[in-house]
Design a protein around this ligand. Structure first.
Ligand SMILES: [Zn+2]
Length: 347
């Protein structure tokens, strides 16, 4: 008999334009009591006034907490601060790190949280995983967010590079799903065709619309909906499998080898081009779509050198040996890795 499979999904997702003034009502609809808000100082100065006005109107008390990173130390500090708030819900408001810190803090406190992304640079807004720096593995399993609240006008005001990075994180699902299917064939691990299809659909949205985005600008709303859908695919799968394969391992390897260079989605995009080639997929169309949305297609564009790319390719699979990917079969040594990167234009 197959083991039981449980899925935890967000209860309420709101995507609007210019709707930040409604956030108070949104939080009240999900929890009584007060809210602990986690954000970076820049985000607070950008949207803090609107959020505070809305919470005041909704009659919800709140306490702000600041973080500029998602290190294990910051998560621990915020967790202790929130413990003293005696609130009933946590809202992570920001581009990524604040949401990660809020998620990870909520998990330790057994409190519900909502994501309020102010940029669409990766698929973490609705996913049940948080990335915490300084811990292995790179993402820790937390709960699915109770709610996701997005103001597309705020997302549009974020730098264009962040939205392009989000497209890179979506294209990565093509590789992730291929790796998942491969792992299933080789090891018999669970493969969920529904969540795999859902993750693929959000990648296809970028592939099919990239040319139009190149003409008329990237449609932020379409990308946000795809990123949320990808997060939900992970919720349904109960693992990051549908959205994270060899291309994510490559990105994680670079996080260590060359910290601070390139955004998560940018590195996943570069990895996707090369892993597509290993899978025998059409890597040129992936590179073309990334170019169309303004995402990098070469290491030099994000300040990465040849040695770093080669080392990341050769060591990526070791970061997570239990996750079967195409890298397991490619067995890249220095020369093969270099050849792959050169052949696909990454180097
Ligand atoms: Zn990702």
């Amino acid at each position: 008999m197959a083991p039981s499979h449980s899925m935890e999904l967000p209860r309420r997702i709101v995507i609007g334009e210019g709707n930040m003034p409604d956030i108070g009502g949104f939080l009240v609809s999900l929890a009584g009591g007060g809210a602990s808000l986690v954000s970076g100082p820049q985000v607070r100065s950008a949207v803090g006034g609107i959020v505070e006005g809305s919470l005041y109107e909704a009659g919800m008390p709140y306490v702000w907490h600041h973080t500029s990173d998602n290190t294990a130390g910051s998560v621990e500090r915020i967790r202790e601060e929130i413990r003293a708030d005696h609130t009933s819900i946590i809202a992570g408001i920001g581009g990524g790190r604040s949401v990660d810190a809020a998620k990870a803090a909520a998990a330790g406190l057994d409190m519900p949280y909502v994501s309020v992304p102010t940029a669409a640079s990766h698929d973490g807004m609705a996913s049940p995983f948080a990335s915490v720096r300084g811990e292995r593995p790179h993402s820790v399993v937390v709960s699915a967010p109770l709610g996701v609240f997005v103001d597309i006008d705020v997302i549009r005001r974020a730098p264009a590079r962040l939205l392009a990075s989000g497209c890179g994180d979506l294209v990565a699902n093509i590789i992730a799903v291929s790796d998942w299917r491969l792992g299933h064939r080789r090891t018999g691990e669970y493969y969920g065709i529904y969540s795999a299809s859902l993750a693929r659909m959000s990648a296809d949205i970028v592939m099919e619309n990239a040319a139009a985005f190149a003409e008329g600008g990237t449609d932020a709303r379409m990308v946000v909906e795809a990123l949320i859908s990808a997060g939900v695919a992970s919720c349904i799968a109960g693992s990051s499998r549908p959205c994270s394969g060899a291309e994510h391992l490559f990105s994680h390897a670079l996080d260590r080898i060359a910290p601070g260079r390139g955004l998560h989605g940018e590195k996943c995009g570069l990895g996707s081009i090369m892993m597509a080639e290993l899978h025998g997929l059409d890597w040129e169309s992936i590179a073309g779509a990334l170019r169309d949305v303004g995402a990098p297609t070469s290491a030099a564009q994000v300040g990465l050198g040849e040695a770093e790319v080669i080392e990341a390719l050769c060591t990526a699979q070791e970061l997570r040996p239990e996750r079967y990917t195409i890298l397991r079969e490619a067995n890249l040594d220095h020369d093969l890795a270099r050849d792959l990167a050169v052949r696909t234009g990454v180097l």
